[in-house]
Design a protein around this ligand. Sequence first.
Ligand code: ZN
Length: 311
Amino acid sequence: MENQIKGLHHITAIAGNAQRNYNFYTKVLGLRLIKKTVNFDDPETYHLYYGDEVGTPGTVLTFFPWQNIMTGRRGSRQATEIGYSVPENSLEFWLKRFEQHNVIHNKVAEKFGERYLTFLDPDGLKLELIASKKPDNRLPWETNEIKAENATKGFHNVTITTNKMQPTADILTGVFGYKLLEQHVNRYRFVTDAVDNANIVDLVEVEGEKAGHVAGGSVHHVAFRVENEAVLMHYREKIEALGLHITEKIDRNYFYSLYFREPGGVLFELATDNPGFSVDEPVNELGSHLKLPPQYEEYRASLETTLPKLV
Ligand code: ZN
């Protein structure tokens, strides 16, 4: 089991204005900002991480907020929906909350026997709250306005839209250890039993769908979770053996990573549990300081002036 892919680690998306992103995810949705750092490839941009109290893998949604980014377009070869697990009777609470905060949302609907509520973040990123039919015993992060009986518990699933689902399905089943659980029309649900939560990937096959454009309001990559660096490198070999290009191991400060583009066109990452988000600030202070990787520490003073304050 410890050698397996343990479901989702984090999902990274692109936003426009950082403050607006922060307001939405911490105040409206009630997630905790667990890390305020910079984009390691573009240090004048934030990299914001939201999750549960400690940033447990499977609860972590991260953003690169680029103020002047153009809006992306949903389409094939993209992760197109991010599903959060919420308590069974909380959807009425969320409907009311979304009305109050002018969040664009649909009516409550049902798929695979679960009620869910689709909504858009301020940049148009599509998310869902899903009243999971399986008990979800993860402890949620609470805020003054959102208590445990309603709070999100981390990811339920991610949806990938593809022209042909088989090549992506082959990675999920042949390499990652997922199984096809259910199918409804063109939606194929894959699950791994290596973990109890954040363990579902839905593939939606739409043959003629144009490739989406990854920009504001779209998912940049989907990261899957592995126990440690030994397992990470084991998967590196497996993926390389398929003839796919995969990066060297990259140190992301809070985890170690590999990236490869799966045959369906989505950028996948594999990320380790170690060392975790409390490696550079204590749990009770997560997200409250600007944390920089060593290579940017010398620019701290200037970055602290350039980067917008989040309040
Ligand atoms: Zn990532």
